[in-house]
Design a protein around this ligand. Structure first.
Ligand code: F0G
Length: 352
C-alpha cells in the first residue's frame, strides 16, 4: 500500500495508548536532500544533507508530533485541543483538529507570528487568540487552562508530540542506513531536539544504527540554554524560536551533553545569511530553519568543529520559506514593471 503517514509507518515503535485513533494528513517521509555545493562553500570535506521538514502537509515538522497528539486526544474522547505557539504549532494543531472534527484554540504572541502561519491557523478554522505577551506567557496560560478544563494540551509538553517527532530520526537512519555523525537543528521550546535524541537512541538500542553528536542552535537574542538562565524579553528575526523559557530545556541540555554535542547561539545576521545561501542552492526555508546550518557554518569558521573526511552531517530545516514571505519581500524593491511587449523584454534582457 502507498505511504499512509507516520503512525502507519512507525506506530509500533511509538509509546502511545491503545485508544489512539489515527488522524493523518500523510505527514512525514520528507526528503533528505544532498547539499554538495553548500558543503563545498562551507569548506568541509563532508557529506551534507538537509532534512526538509518544510515539506510536511502544513509546512513544518510539527505535523509529525501533531498527528500523534491529535490521534491520542481524538481516540481518548477529547472534544477540544489548545496550544501556545510561535505559529507553526498553531497551524498544525488547527489542521489536525479540523481533520478530526475537534475544536482548536491557539494562543499566539501578538504581532510576532509570521504571515503564512497565522493564515494557516485561520484557514484551518482554529480559534486564534493573540496574547499581549510572549510565547512563554501564552504557554503558561494554556498549561493552566488545560488543567482546569477538559481541553487537551498539544504543545510538546504532551509526550505524544515527542513520540511522533522521533520518527524524523528514524527516517534519517532508514535512508542513510545509520545515524549521521552530526545532527544540526534549531532549538526553541526544545521539544524537537529532545525527540530526535530519543529517536536516535531507540534505533541504536534496537538496530545498532549509531548515535550522532547533536548541535542545537538558538538565536542570540533568545538563547536561554546558552546563557544558562531564562530570557524575559526574547527577541529574534527568527520568530519561530523567539522563546525565553524552553519547556524542555533540561532535556535539550542533556541531549547535547550525552551526544557529546553542544548548544550554541548565532546572530540574526548569521541566520538570514544562511537562509539566503540555502535558497541559492534551491532550498527556501523560514529563518529559524536556517539556524542549524548557520550554527554549523559558525563552528566550522571558528575551527572548533572536528570533522573527519567523509563524515555525514544532517541539518534539519524545520519549516518552509513560504511560512514567512515578508522577511524576504520587505527588504527588497518591488520587481520592475514592463509594458507587455516582447521587443521591450528582449531589449531589457540584452541590457539595453
Ligand atoms: N523551527 C521552527 C520552524 C519552529 O516553528 C520551531 C518551534 C522550532 C524550530 C523549534 O522547535 O520548539 O521543538 O525547539 N516552534 C514552536 C511553535 C514553538 O509554536 O510553532 P522546538
Amino acid at each position: 500500500m502507498s505511504y499512509q503517514g507516520v503512525l502507519d509507518r512507525y506506530g509500533p515503535l511509538l509509546d502511545i495508548p491503545a485508544h489512539t485513533k489515527p488522524v493523518t494528513l500523510l505527514e512525514g517521509n520528507t526528503p533528505l536532500i544532498a547539499m554538495p555545493g553548500l558543503a563545498d562553500e562551507l569548506g568541509g570535506d563532508f557529506e551534507l544533507y538537509v532534512k526538509f521538514e518544510g515539506m510536511n502537509p502544513t509546512g513544518s515538522f510539527k505535523d509529525r508530533g501533531m498527528t500523534v497528539a491529535i490521534s491520542e486526544a481524538y481516540g481518548g474522547g477529547s472534544q477540544a485541543v489548545i496550544c501556545a505557539s510561535t505559529g507553526n504549532t498553531a497551524a498544525s494543531a488547527a489542521a489536525y483538529a479540523a481533520r478530526a472534527g475537534l475544536r482548536a484554540i491557539v494562543l499566539i504572541p501578538q504581532g510576532k507570528v509570521a504571515a503564512g502561519k497565522l493564515a494557516g491557523a485561520i484557514a484551518y478554522g482554529a480559534e486564534v487568540i493573540q496574547i499581549d505577551g510572549s510565547f512563554d506567557d501564552a504557554l503558561s496560560m494554556v498549561v493552566e487552562i488545560s488543567q482546569r478544563q477538559p481541553i487537551a494540551l498539544v504543545n510538546s509538553l504532551n509526550p505524544y508530540r515527542l513520540e511522533g517527532q522521533k520518527t524524523a530520526a528514524f527516517e534519517i537512519c532508514d535512508v542513510l542506513g545509520q545515524a549521521p555523525d552530526w545532527l544540526c537543528l534549531p532549538v526553541g521550546n526544545a521539544g524537537n531536539i529532545t525527540a530526535y535524541w530519543m529517536g536516535f537512541r531507540q534505533y541504536e538500542q534496537t538496530r545498532s544504527t549509531g548515535l550522532p553528536h547533536i548541535l542545537g542552535v538558538q538565536a542570540a537574542g533568545s538563547a536561554p540554554l546558552v546563557l544558562g538562565r531564562p530570557v524575559d524579553h526574547p527577541e529574534t528575526v527568527a520568530t519561530a524560536i523567539r522563546i525565553g523559557r524552553p519547556a524542555r530545556g533540561e532535556q535539550a541540555l542533556q541531549a547535547a551533553e550525552e551526544s557529546h554535542g553542544r548548544i550554541i547561539a548565532v546572530s540574526d545576521e548569521q541566520i538570514l545569511a544562511m537562509q539566503k545561501r540555502l535558497a541559492a542552492h534551491g532550498v527556501w526555508v523560514e529563518p529559524a530553519s536556517a539556524a542549524g546550518l548557520a550554527g554549523l557554518a559558525h563552528e566550522l569558521q571558528q575551527g572548533t568543529f572536528k570533522i573527519t573526511p567523509g563524515q555525514r552531517i544532517v541539518a534539519v530545516c524545520t519549516g518552509h520559506g513560504l511560512k514567512d514571505p515578508d522577511i524576504i519581500t520587505r527588504s527588497m524593491a518591488a520587481p520592475r514593471v514592463l509594458p507587455a511587449k516582447v521587443d521591450v523584454l528582449e531589449a531589457v534582457l540584452a541590457g539595453k
